[in-house]
Design a protein. Structure first.
Length: 65
């Protein structure tokens, strides 16, 4: 089934990782990172997002500074 929100999600996605087929598919993005014990790009501040490090450790570090 095609996601009816994909175009809108895609236009608002703040992930700068190139070529990811999950962009705009927030449910798949969250599932992917949750299974890897990670956090999706959109929850990171911009500078931390650009590192592509989606670890919980990086998130805590970024949000604590
Ligand atoms: S956060 Fe990860 S899964 Fe989500 S769009 Fe970016 S690279 Fe893809």
């Amino acid at each position: 089934m095609e996601c009816v929100n994909r175009e809108k999600n895609f236009s608002e996605c703040t992930c700068s990782y190139p070529g990811c087929e999950r962009k705009g598919m927030c449910c798949e993005c969250i599932r992917h990172h949750r299974e890897a014990k990670e956090i999706p790009a959109c929850l990171f501040p911009p500078e931390a997002e650009k590192t592509f490090d989606r670890s919980v450790r990086k998130f805590v570090e970024a949000m604590g500074s």
